[in-house]
Design a protein. Structure first.
Length: 362
């Protein structure tokens, strides 16, 4: 069905922005999928009147003001089967977002993808021709490239909560400290990933699959004004400047021929000076596997599973901030020789990595 969307992750920041764009372009919202923020979900139901709704937990169903409520991972897949919308916005966080991406593509739907883990874990088995990226970095690359051939791609990182902290200070950092992002407010997981630089590692891997290249690099740009740069074969480099607002990539995913203002234009005089900084593996230990991971992208499933488990341990106070990177690097070494040949293999490896960490770090 044209002029309608299915929105996965409706109560997160990307989901909220997507609904603003849907309202602006008079799109029908056929389905809303949320987690545990039932109050916000009920507000969204009242405004957009979806045909289907899903929540994370079965016990929350009676709290939802709707008569067709599904739950859990299977509920999301059932909604995708029932829906007639041609566009699915996948703004789910974590490994749970993979199965909906695969199912939507199998159903011949376009996927506006903000779920990093889909490509990180299983990029080799995903038809990227069905995907429109709505991460600001990948959208920036897409926006700049057109059909031109390039020499190198660049994305930028904010540096996360501890970019201006000393290593000694970071060693004592708490979970709460890591959630204090200097540039914006996001969900817990992506904010932690920003602080460790795992988020940027994931984005490099996503770009490898989306743009079919290993020739990609990331630098820190503290103001988060430049999101992506493309170096062309003639030696010139172009940059994508935009405010920190996800509405632009979402709008282009919904309306590819967009030709109206979505964001307030950048005031160059207000920006002042800009600088690019290298990502230091001493402050961001995960960065030491960057080149190897781009050469061996099938190991993304190991990095993702170990990262999600490490964040859980950090949240529970069972490892330090740097301990998260130690856990990921340990798993990366332990499972170095695995090679998934199918989605079924991906599922098995994901479980093996999580079991390994659960036993070793109990």
């Amino acid at each position: 069905m044209e002029n309608s969307i299915v929105l996965l992750g409706s109560t997160g920041s990307i989901g909220v922005n997507t609904l603003e764009i849907a309202k602006r372009f008079n799109l029908e919202v056929e389905a809303l999928v949320a987690g545990r923020n039932i109050e916000l979900l009920n507000n969204q139901i009242a405004k957009f009147n979806p045909k289907f709704v899903a929540v994370a937990n079965r016990e929350d169903i009676p709290k939802v003001n709707h008569n067709r409520v599904f739950y859990g991972a299977d509920g999301i897949l059932e909604i995708l089967e029932l829906s007639s919308s041609n566009l699915v916005v996948n703004a789910l966080v974590g490994y749970i977002g993979l199965a909906p991406t695969l199912r939507a593509i199998k159903l011949d739907k376009r996927v506006a993808l903000a779920n990093k883990e889909s490509l990180v874990v299983a990029g080799e088995f995903i038809d990227t021709s069905k995907i429109v990226p709505i991460d600001s970095e990948h959208f920036g690359l897409y926006y700049l490239l057109g059909d031109r051939e390039f020499s190198k791609l660049y994305i930028t990182a904010s540096g996360g909560a501890f970019r201006d902290w000393s290593i000694e200070q970071i060693e004592r950092a708490t979970f709460k400290d890591a959630l204090n992002h200097p540039n914006w407010s996001m969900g817990d997981k992506i904010t932690i990933d920003s602080a460790t630089m795992t988020n940027k590692l994931f984005e490099l891997l996503e770009a490898k699959w989306l743009f079919n290249t290993q020739n990609i690099e990331a630098f820190i740009e503290k103001k988060s004004i430049i999101h992506a740069l493309v170096e062309f074969r003639d030696g010139s480099t172009v940059a994508h400047f935009a405010g920190v607002d996800m509405k632009l990539p979402i709008a282009f995913a919904i309306e590819p021929n967009l030709n109206e203002q979505i964001l307030k234009p950048i005031n160059l005089l207000e920006i002042g000076s800009l600088e690019f900084l290298e990502i230091d593996p001493k402050k961001y230990p995960i960065w030491q596997i960057k080149d190897d991971l781009l050469k061996n992208p099938h190991l993304g499933v190991v990095v993702n599973a170990s990262n999600e488990e490490a964040i859980r341990l950090f949240r529970e106070g069972r490892c330090t901030f740097f301990g998260m990177s130690d856990i990921i690097l340990d798993a990366y070494s332990k499972f170095r020789d695995i090679r998934p040949n199918s989605i079924d293999d991906i599922i098995i490896i994901d479980r093996e990595v999580r079991d390994y960490i659960a036993k070793k770090y109990r």
